[in-house]
Design a protein around this ligand. Structure first.
Ligand SMILES: Cc1ncc(COP(=O)(O)O)c(C=O)c1O
Length: 438
């Protein structure tokens, strides 16, 4: 007689039941559930508070709806049925639609299938995953690399694996949410230093000079909401002085800063001074995923302890193959040309905005924040722009602090000069009546 595992049966711990008995029990359970659900309709909705909060956000004008892309992610494309100049995407180099990446993805799907079928540590490590890791490690000039499903999981999984509750994390106040969440998950003591303030970082470490646990200094390489660059050489000096682990999240620097987009470490020539380098495959690389670069032992440890690596399925063959094609491109003269074009476009756009009276203090990269302050006003600004043919999103709390809402425009290598000039005109027209520029 067939039997059913005890732990699959409601209310049964140890004895074995036949399938017939199990089915009878399940039917009884289902009819009981159905009469309970009838009672529930008369009970108060336990998620009522969610509806109320949503209503409140909508009333304040800070609940923008999702814009829906119709077709490809390109410098000019169609969102919500309207053609707009796209200043909203992290597709810095235009690789999302590059023919080499498309071909690699299609070929991999044809030959290897649609999915990896398991987490990396069980049966989901394909040759492509290992090849991609080797390729990135070589590109970044480090011993080894591990690829995660996203930049978010790379940060959160790594910080929480490497640090524990007896340790200290010293973190820039504008670090990305994935670093903050990883730090919280680690249960380490978290101390926050003022944005890019090396002295403040050092002050915290002096105050914790007899802290018994391990210490980590962590910073974004390029700050995603302000477009400024971390003072990496000085932070490395402090890390070395106080015997800290140094970690950098280069999500917005990969493919943007350094030779051929090798990142902040390359930009500042800090090779060998940063123990943990995180990057994303979802922005300039144009696909999806994140990675951590470092020593062979660090990576082997993350293979065993980074929870998103252990507990979430690996990339599809198409994703891994497209990422490999992106790194091959970056590592070629064509890639260098794209990075140069990105910076040339950034210069044009910033110059055109400045001519029209915009200020974007601090930005040193293709991320151009236009500070507005009030969130509802920032969303109104963004909507006006959209109606006039430019898509640049407003960013408010919780992405930035309350009262620091802004419009964030991102330039790509794929923009044409005339598109950037036209976008600057439209920005100025929308900004003036709102008092954002004079
Ligand atoms: C600084 C920073 N780190 C990490 C991430 C997460 O990257 P991903 O989109 O690959 O999860 C982002 C994305 O917004 C980011 O801006």
């Amino acid at each position: 007689m067939n039997s059913c595992p005890a732990d699959a049966r409601p209310g049964v711990q140890s004895e074995e039941l036949s399938f017939e008995e199990f089915n009878r029990t399940s039917i009884r359970q289902r009819s009981q559930d159905m009469s309970e659900s009838a009672v529930q309709t008369t009970r108060q909705n336990p998620l009522q508070y969610v509806s109320e909060q949503l209503k409140d956000l909508r009333a304040k004008g800070v609940a923008p709806k999702l814009r829906i892309l119709d077709g490809e992610q390109k410098p000019v494309c169609i969102f919500d049925g309207k053609e707009v100049i796209n200043l909203a995407s992290n597709n810095y180099l235009g690789l999302t639609t590059h023919k080499a990446l498309r071909k690699a993805a299609v070929d991999a799907a044809k030959t290897l299938g649609a999915g990896a079928g398991a987490v990396r540590t069980i049966a989901g490590t394909m040759q492509l995953h290992m090849q991609l890791e080797e390729q990135i490690a070589k590109f970044k000039n480090v011993e080894a690399c591990v690829v995660f499903q996203s930049g978010f999981t790379a940060n959160a999984g790594t910080v929480s694996a490497v640090l524990g509750k007896e340790d200290l994390i010293v973190s820039d106040e504008l670090n990305h949410a994935s670093i903050i969440d990883g730090a919280r998950l680690s249960r380490a003591t978290i101390k926050v230093f003022k944005h890019k303030d090396v002295k403040d970082c050092e002050r915290i470490l002096q105050e914790h000079s007899d802290f018994p646990g391990k210490k980590l200094i962590i910073t974004d390489g390029v700050f995603s909401m302000d477009g400024d660059i971390a003072p990496l050489p000085q932070l490395c000096d402090v890390a070395e002085k106080y015997d800290c682990i140094m970690m950098v999240d280069d999500a917005h620097a990969s493919g943007v800063l350094g030779r051929g987009g090798r990142g902040t470490i390359d930009h500042f020539n800090c090779h060998g001074r940063v123990h943990i380098q995180v990057g994303t495959l979802s922005k300039a690389i144009g696909v999806m995923g994140g990675y951590v670069c470092g020593s062979r032992e660090l990576i082997d440890f993350l293979y065993l302890r980074a929870r998103p690596f252990l507990f979430s399925t690996s990339h599809t063959p198409a994703t891994a193959a497209a990422c490999m094609a992106a790194f091959s491109l970056l590592d070629s003269p064509a890639g260098e040309k794209l990075v140069k074009k990105l910076w040339a476009n950034t210069k044009v756009f910033k110059r055109e905005l400045k001519k029209r009276g915009f200020q974007f203090k601090g930005s040193e990269t293709p991320i151009v924040p236009i500070h507005v302050g009030d969130a509802a006003k920032a969303f109104e600004f963004s909507k006006k722009l959209f109606d006039a043919g430019v898509f640049a999103p407003a960013v408010g709390y919780p992405t930035v602090a309350e009262g620091k809402a802004r419009l964030r425009a991102i330039v790509s290598a794929g923009h044409k000069k005339e598109q950037l000039v036209k976008a600057a005109d439209i920005l100025a027209e929308a900004a003036k009546p709102l008092g954002i520029i004079g």
